[in-house]
Design a protein around this ligand. Structure first.
Ligand code: F6P
Length: 364
C-alpha cells in the first residue's frame, strides 16, 4: 500500500542515549532527500508535544550530528500525555492531554509521528495509535530491554563505556588488593552487567535475572584470596537483588511513566561484604556516564538503519509498528504486541554459560 504521508514529526523520548542523533539524521535525510517530506522536530519528547513546541528540520539541521551524543531535540522521561501532571496546577489531578497533542500535530499538517524511545515512549506511541494517529517506533535504550527486538541502539556504546571503566578499576583493585564493586545501569534487566562483566573478565556478575546469595559472593572472593588473587571485581546491575530480597530503590519520581529509579546496590554490597569477609571493598557507581558520549561505530550504523527503515516502511504504508532487529534481519512488529513488556536475559543465555565456564560467578 502506498502512503499518503507528506509531513512527519520526530521526537526522542525517555532517558537519552548515544545514537539518538544518528536516528534523527537518518530519518530527516531519508525523508527530505528521498521523499521530499516536511520534517518537524518535537522538542523534549512528549513534553514538547504537550506544550506544542516543535520546529522544522532542514537537511542541514541533520548534518554533522552522526557522532554527537545526546539528542539535538532534547528529551524528557517524566511527561506522559495520557496521564499528565501539569506543573501549573499545584496538586491538581493528572489529565489526559493526548487530544491536544494530536491537534498540535494536525495544525502543522503532520501526518505521522516517529517516536524514538524505550518502553515508556512506545507505550504512549501505542496509545496514540489507538486514537488514530499514525506512529512508527524506533527502539532506543542503553538497557537493551525492549521486547521484540534483539538489540536497541545505545546498548553497545554503554557496554563499551562500562567495560573501559571496569578495565581501569582492575588495575587499581589489583594495586590495593581490594574488592571493587561496580554498579551499572539496566533497570530490571542485566544486559549491561552481563556484557560488560564478561568483556572485562570480571570475577562476579550479579544480574536481576539470577538472584544472588551473599554467602556465595563471600565464598568466591575469599577463595580467590586464598589462591593468591588478592583482588576481585564484581559487576552488579542496578536491579540485582538477593535471593528472597528486594532491589535497591534510589528514588521515586511520581510523574514518570516508570516512577522507580534504582540505584545503591553497590554500596549495600560493599558494606555487607567487607563486614562478612574482612576484605577492603569499594563501591563505584558508573551512573549516567553510561548514557553519554559519542556512539560506537556499531551504534551509529544500527541507528542509521533503524531511522532509515522507519521512514521507508512508513512510506510503504506500514503504520503503528516498532522497527526491530531479529536474528540479524531488520523488520518491524506491531507496537500493540510490544507495549507493556520488557526483555530480560534468559538464564540459559550463551554468554551466561560461557562466563560460567571461564570461572565467573553469578553469586549462586
Ligand atoms: O533507561 C535508561 C536508564 O539509564 C536506566 O538504566 C536507569 O535506571 C534510568 O534510565 C535512570 O533514569 P534517570 O535518568 O531518570 O535517572
Amino acid at each position: 500500500m502506498k502512503s499518503s504521508v507528506k509531513s512527519i514529526a520526530v521526537l526522542t523520548g525517555g532517558g537519552d542515549c548515544p545514537g539518538l542523533n544518528a536516528v534523527i539524521r537518518a530519518v530527516t535525510k531519508t525523508a527530505i532527500s528521498k521523499y521530499n517530506l516536511e520534517v518537524w522536530g518535537v522538542e523534549d519528547g512528549y513534553l514538547g508535544l504537550i506544550e506544542n513546541r516543535m520546529r522544522r528540520l532542514s537537511y542541514n539541521d541533520a548534518s554533522n550530528i552522526l557522532t554527537v551524543g545526546g539528542t539535538i531535540l532534547g528529551s524528557c522521561n517524566v511527561a506522559n500525555p495520557f496521564d499528565y501532571a501539569d506543573p501549573s496546577q499545584d496538586d491538581g489531578p493528572n489529565t489526559d492531554v493526548s487530544d491536544d497533542c494530536i491537534k498540535a500535530l494536525k495544525s502543522r499538517g503532520v501526518d505521522a509521528l516517529i517516536c524514538i524511545g524505550g518502553d515508556g515512549t512506545m507505550a504512549s506511541a501505542a496509545d496514540f495509535a489507538k486514537k488514530g494517529l499514525t506512529v512508527m517506533g524506533v527502539p532506543k535504550t542503553i538497557d537493551n530491554d525492549i521486547w521484540g527486538t534483539d538489540i536497541t541502539f545505545g546498548f553497545n556504546t554503554a557496554v563499551d563505556t562500562a567495560t573501559k571503566a571496569i578495565d581501569k578499576l582492575h588495575t587499581t583493585a589489583s594495586s590495593h588488593h581490594r574488592v571493587m564493586i561496580v554498579e551499572v545501569m539496566g533497570r530490571y534487566a542485566g544486559w549491561i552487567a552481563l556484557y560488560s562483566g564478561a568483556a572485562s573478565g570480571s570475577d562476579i556478575i550479579l544480574i536481576p535475572e539470577i538472584p544472588y546469595k551473599l554467602e556465595n559472593i563471600c565464598d568466591s572472593v575469599l577463595a580467590r584470596s586464598s589462591r593468591g588473587r588478592r583482588f576481585s571485581i564484581i559487576v552488579v546491575a542496578e536491579g540485582a537483588k538477593p535471593d528472597g530480597g528486594d532491589m535497591v530503590i534510589a528514588k521515586t519520581l511520581e510523574d514518570s511513566p516508570d516512577p522507580i529509579r534504582l540505584g545503591g546496590i553497590a554500596n549495600v554490597l560493599s558494606e555487607q561484604l567487607s563486614k562478612a569477609t574482612g576484605l577492603e571493598c569499594r563501591a563505584v557507581n558508573l551512573g549516567h556516564v553510561q548514557r553519554g558520549g559519542t556512539p560506537t561505530p556499531f551504534d551509529r550504523s544500527l541507528a542509521t538503519c533503524f531511522g532509515h527503515l522507519a521512514v521507508e516502511l512508513l512510506m510503504q504504508g506500514t503504520k503503528n509498528h516498532l522497527i526491530v532487529q531479529r536474528e540479524g534481519r531488520f523488520k518491524s512488529a506491531p507496537l500493540s504486541e510490544i507495549a507493556g513488556k520488557i526483555k530480560t536475559i534468559p538464564t540459559d543465555h550463551t554468554l551466561i554459560n560461557a562466563a560460567k565456564a571461564v570461572g565467573t560467578s553469578f553469586g549462586i
